[in-house]
Design a protein. Sequence first.
Length: 457
Amino acid sequence: MRVCVIGTGYVGLVTGVCLAHIGHDVICVDNNEAKVKVMQSGTSPIYEPGLSEIMQSAMSKGNLEFTTNVSTAIANSQILFIAVGTPALPTGESDTRYVEAVARSIGFAINGEYKVIVNKSTVPIGSGDWVRQIINSEIEQRNLDTTPQFDVVSNPEFLREGSAIYDTFNPDRIVLGGNSSEALSLMKELYQPIVERAIPANDAIGKLSAETVPVVTTDLNSAETIKYAANSFLATKISFINELANICGRVGADVVQVAQGIGLDSRIGNKFLQAGIGWGGSCFPKDVSALIHTADDYGYDAQLLKATVRVNTTQRLLAVEKLQQVLKILKGKTVGLLGLTFKPDTDDLRDAPAINLIEELNRLGAKVKAYDPLIQSPEHHSILSTVDLETTPDGLVNGCDALVLVTNWQEFANWDYVQLAKQMNTPIMIDGRNYLDANVLAAAGFYYIGIGRPTAG
Ligand code: NAD
């Protein structure tokens, strides 16, 4: 099938590359010329394991292209994905201006061939109808002899940054919302190889489950709500275990053991039960806020979701509280951060807890050093101009009064903590993800402080 993906960020690029890999003819569009040039040269502008390999292979087979020319891409495609960003406005609601701009481009360029417009972006509930209206109003202004025919489908995305390729080929479900049987059946045809697991083998993809993928078909509003509900539930689950960690810390229980004990209950499940210094990233914060805002619009006070956010806001600064407990005065002290991104295997710093942590340490007069395998230059975020970015473990710990593990990058489990302890003023480790072995750290000479678990050393 001929597919166009508009917006080539973490979602759009991965979607386009994966659809090309299963044999569709894909044209990816972005209005960022520099980004398009990079992609045209076969390089991915984002870090995502396995992405470059399948991107280059699809390009060499001739079924993946990149362009800034949105009109031609729209006219030549049967299925048009909208995959632009929907960041949060200061009010918490979703900023839909990029979706609106794309909908206008579609109305402007759509031709006689029937097309399916797919909302892949996470959009406020009701946006499917809104996109249809925008496209129709653009079409009306063109005074065409025959009105182009199209339908809008909501197809929310559930991939996780860091395992986006695997997740796209191995989804827990595919959600398709819409009221046109023609559009829904074209979407099912598009995804058939993924649903049936008939995917060309590639080392980058890894081993896939053998079972067919469930396809959930709903109305537009329900599909849009599913996306917000899923992220809000996951964020709430993390805030729940973080709240429990704070109780464990006070009563002398170990939240890691508690999480294991409750996670084995199949009604609860063991995923998203790792206590730490809070959730972040480009999705959870903005999606929970957007759902709270939608509820407010309808006069409903989403108390549980508001509490989920409140617990997270406090949790993000828990490492500072723990640093103050051991170091007392932070002014003039040097704190080294292990990791900056909101989770491992991504270079995405959007709304990462590290940003709040750095702001607070700056405010209290501490000097901040940081090491992150993928963030090694300050252009990733303005806050990094206040941080000494280090490129080696030795460079990070040298002269530090304490360390805070912010991101559970795998390499942190393999560092030589015996050697590192010797280079610090005071070997203190706040393990913000309960990721390191407390006994190993204590044996290496560290005073180890986890989240919601007994200290060691
Ligand atoms: P992103 O910011 O990484 O990428 C958006 C891209 O759209 C950018 O490359 C930008 O240049 C491009 N763009 C903006 N306006 C455009 C226009 N008019 N024409 C062409 N290109 C345009 O965003 P993302 O993280 O990929 O997220 C996209 C959507 O998917 C959001 O709604 C997000 O909530 C949702 N989502 C994201 C994730 C994730 O893990 N990042 C997961 C699930 C869903």
